[in-house]
Design a protein around this ligand. Structure first.
Ligand code: ADP
Ligand code: NA
Length: 332
């Protein structure tokens, strides 16, 4: 039996949104009371599978770390570190490159989406990315990984790699990691189109709330968020065909740590002209302290670097013996 351990990584590819906060960072912060050891990684080696400007990558890595801390992930209770500082990830990834099969990788929908029509010109790293992700998780013998919808297939591949490694070498060495699926309640949709995920890569800045937005920007984006002309329903069923309305109610419930049912019990029958200012007030009250704390932390990059360095030492202390045993098993 493996000791429960959570691992999750986020790419420092610039710009954290309300989606990252409610779908990942806030959940990570809230789960710190569960008593399970949690390891959170700024996955800069994943980010560079597509071109990253070096100065921007370094800044985005620190800003992501600041985002974790400002959202309530406490570096004294969780391990916060930068992937490239713990070489064991790359070392185990090589072994997994030799375990995983080309056919498995070619089936990854994210590879097909990101490489597009020009696969010949995509980086080899982009193709091998899921094997590195498997190493990120398994170098800690992580048993649970919180994942969004778009990473489910990669976690499935991680399980396949662990299974094949264990079978090939006749060991029960790597755990078969369980996904912790993000609920619909924490999937934040675009403010302009309720069928698309809120994302830093959406060309319209009005579609998202950035964790660095000030109070005015947050209020404006919520006021201008697309909705329909009907008032809010009093039951969740009434939101089934109303993606934009449902999204705003979901965001309200998630920020308030309550449920869609509870929000509608209070707000049912009210028009958006009343609901939106309430939502803006709640969002500003929660997010303004986070953006303020991120800005404060970013003024002292040396402090962030020290936190990441300490986290890397803690991470390495777990990863080193697991890699050493892996080398033993494969005869290296
Ligand atoms: P990465 O490529 O590192 O996964 P993302 O920005 O896509 O970067 O996601 C980082 C984390 O934030 C993931 O856990 C993802 O599920 C979560 N996340 C991103 N966007 C949203 C969203 N709109 N709603 C809920 N969670 C989100
Ligand atoms: Na993602």
């Amino acid at each position: 039996a493996f000791t429960p351990r959570v691992f999750s990584g986020i790419q420092p590819s610039g710009g954290l949104t309300l989606g990252n906060y409610l779908g990942a960072l806030k959940r990570f912060a809230d789960s710190q009371n569960s008593g399970v050891q949690s390891i959170y990684c700024m996955v800069d080696m994943h980010a560079m599978t597509v071109w990253q400007d070096p100065a921007k990558l370094a800044r985005a890595t620190r800003e992501l770390c600041a985002g974790f801390i400002a959202s309530g992930v406490d570096p004294d209770r969780s391990i916060l570190f930068n992937q490239s500082q713990v070489a064991e990830h790359a070392q185990l990834a090589w072994i997994f490159n030799c375990v995983a099969r080309m056919g498995w990788m070619k089936r990854m929908t994210q590879w097909k989406d990101k490489a597009g029509k020009n696969q010949e010109n995509a980086s080899l790293g982009l193709f091998a990315y899921p094997a590195l992700m498997a190493a990120d998780i398994l170098v800690y013998h992580a048993t649970h990984v919180p994942v969004g919808e778009d990473q489910k297939q990669h976690l499935e591949l991680t399980r396949d790699i662990a299974t094949k490694f264990n079978n090939d070498f006749g060991v029960e060495f790597f755990p078969i990691t369980e996904p912790v699926i993000e609920g619909a309640a924490t999937r934040v949709m675009s403010l302009r189109d309720g069928t698309k995920k809120m994302s830093k890569s959406d060309p319209s800045d009005m579609s998202r709330i950035n964790l660095t937005d000030d109070a005015d920007a947050i209020a404006t984006k919520i006021r201008k968020a697309r909705t329909d002309p009907e008032p809010l329903p009093s039951e969740a069923d009434g939101l089934a065909e109303r993606a934009e309305a449902r999204n705003l109610v979901n965001i309200y419930a998630a920020l308030e740590n309550s449920s869609v049912e509870a929000v509608l019990a209070e707000m049912g029958g009210k028009p958006f002209s009343e609901f939106k200012p309430r939502l803006a007030e709640l969002a500003v009250a929660q997010l303004a302290p986070i953006s303020g704390e991120m800005a404060r932390l970013m003024q002292d990059p040396a402090e962030i670097d020290a936190i990441l360095r300490h986290g890397a030492e803690q991470a390495r202390a777990i990863a080193q013996p697991i890699l050493a045993r892996t080398y033993d098993i494969v005869g290296m």
